[in-house]
Write a protein of this length. Structure first.
Length: 261
């Protein structure tokens, strides 16, 4: 499989190639664990068999001006997130750089407070997280389950490199609402055909014309990007177009496109 990478300077798109999703996520996780403030975005463009099939599709992309590159360096102008605590929560014992579906965690918002995050699902070495903001009509301290039932402000597939003390602190567990929150994904090109797949990637079929236009690509983002998007939500930094793939939208859901038999 391969995807288009956007680096921190938003230069030309480049290809990140791996023989499988497991290999892709393992490579990304190793790199972000070494530098949890690295900035990157990977959009999964296509799937293919390792070997000649994958190489031929990659060559077609490169002819459009796409080239491979290592991860971009972190942005030195952005300060790391500060630690945050909340009286209503008590930390759980969780090894650094690890997270599991159901984990509830705090993301510092840059103002001394924190937003509530929830790990909705795991995909190999990556996690799909949703970040919630306490509704204005719910006075503090809010019941975490009430907050987790609201509409997320930020959501996306990322890596657990910031699940460690002083960054993203796991404070509890709750059953994730996967049917409501997990999206379906699309992959493929017009030349080879667009497909739609469930969130896990275990089921796939040709996309309809509407699905090809509305079902999003699978995007893997740096966890530091999630941090910055949270600060943008709270007004600490300006919202940038690069955050749009993290803004939660009611996109076609995996459960709707692939209902259980």
């Amino acid at each position: 499989m391969f995807g288009r990478r956007k680096n921190a300077e938003r230069s030309a798109q480049r290809v990140h190639q791996a023989d499988s999703r497991e290999e892709l996520f393992a490579q990304l996780f190793a790199e972000t664990r070494a530098d949890p403030e690295a900035l990157f975005t990977i959009e999964v463009v296509d799937h293919a068999r390792p070997g000649q099939d994958l190489d031929e599709r990659a060559q077609r992309l490169r002819r459009t001006g796409v080239a491979r590159t290592p991860l971009a360096a972190p942005d030195p102008t952005v300060a790391p997130a500060s630690a945050a605590t909340a009286d209503a929560f008590h930390p759980l014992s969780r090894p650094p750089f690890s997270a599991a579906a159901g984990d509830v965690f705090l993301i510092p918002d840059g103002t001394g407070g924190a937003l509530l995050g929830h790990v909705i699902a795991e995909v190999f070495d990556a996690v799909y997280v949703a970040v919630f903001r306490r509704p204005e009509d719910v006075p503090p301290p809010a019941d975490p389950l009430v907050v987790l039932a609201t509409r997320p402000v930020v959501a996306g597939l990322t890596l657990p490199a910031r699940f460690q003390p002083g960054m993203w602190e796991v404070v509890g567990t709750a059953t994730p609402d996967a049917a409501r929150l997990l999206p379906a994904y699309s992959w493929g090109t017009a030349a080879d055909g667009v497909h739609v797949t469930d969130f896990s990637g275990s089921r796939s079929r040709p996309a309809s014309v509407i699905e090809a236009e509305t079902v999003p690509r699978q995007v893997v983002v740096s966890p530091f990007f999630v941090d910055i998007a949270v600060r943008a939500v709270t007004g600490v930094v300006d919202w940038h177009p690069d955050f749009e793939h993290l803004r939660y939208r009611a996109t076609p859901r995996s459960a709707d496109r692939f209902p259980e038999a």
